[in-house]
Design a protein around this ligand. Structure first.
Ligand SMILES: O=C(O)[C@@H](CO)OP(=O)(O)O
Length: 229
């Protein structure tokens, strides 16, 4: 039996301000740091250790991972960062307050932008300062890979190649894997691992900073999953 640990980063400052975040590189909130620390303590209490870690290019996920690894005295393990694990790119909504946006466009529309796997939020253009093409960390991406907006289906389409090409081989080598990522990149992964329908994934909410364990068989089919307390 193989075990995989997923963790959504601790609460961010824009989670607190209730703003659409996406690829905006905001920090953890004070509470987010505490959540990450608690996640590390929980993993330590349950004697977890890891051979390899995967995370995004965004500091809220990277810092969460580092706080956990520090707690486990595991800062030395190989760690791979990829834009494929970034949060869903929220297009023109990035930076807006979710409640104010709901007042302007209606709660139903905003809920669709947030959770309907096929509903794309309004796109930005390449002249927008939020366009990732001018950010050094994304300089290796092709024009097609640089998002202007993403729905969950788009996020799934860029998370899965990384899962198949980088994470699955590590799990298959029997390495103990931790993935520190984001609400929607983890939702994308879980939709795939759990074979969830669009309706089921719409209802899936992942808490910040709580280790989520997946037990997988040799064919990487799910046996069970549970949150660690
Ligand atoms: O703003 C975001 O990037 C995400 C995660 O915080 O929000 P939502 O839950 O609306 O997808």
């Amino acid at each position: 039996m193989k075990k995989l640990v997923l963790i959504r980063h601790g609460e961010s400052v824009w989670n607190v301000e209730n703003r659409f975040t996406g690829w905006t590189d905001v920090d953890l909130s004070a509470n987010g740091y505490l959540e990450a620390k608690k996640a590390g303590e929980i993993l330590k209490k349950h004697d977890y250790n890891f051979d390899i870690a995967f995370t995004s290019l965004l500091k809220r996920a990277i810092k969460t991972l580092h706080i956990i690894l520090e707690d486990l005295d595991h800062l030395w393990i190989p760690e791979y960062k990829s834009w494929h694990l970034n949060e869903r790119f929220y297009g023109n909504l990035q930076g807006l307050n979710k409640e104010e946006t709901a007042k302007k466009f209606g709660a139903e529309q905003v809920q669709k932008w947030r959770r309907d796997p096929d509903e794309e939020p309004p796109a930005i253009t390449t002249t927008d300062e939020r366009w990732p093409g001018n950010d050094l960390r994304y300089q290796s991406l092709t024009p097609d890979e640089l998002p202007l907006t993403e729905n969950l289906s788009d996020t799934i389409a860029r998370v899965l190649p990384f899962w198949n090409e980088s994470i699955v081989p590590a799990i298959s080598r029997n390495e103990k894997v931790i993935i520190s990522a984001h609400g929607n990149s983890l939702r994308a992964l879980i939709k795939y691992i759990d074979n969830l329908s669009n309706e089921e994934v719409t209802a899936l909410e992942i808490p910040t900073g709580v280790p989520l364990v997946y037990e997988l068989d040799d064919d990487l089919r799910k046996i069970r999953h549970y949150y660690l307390e």
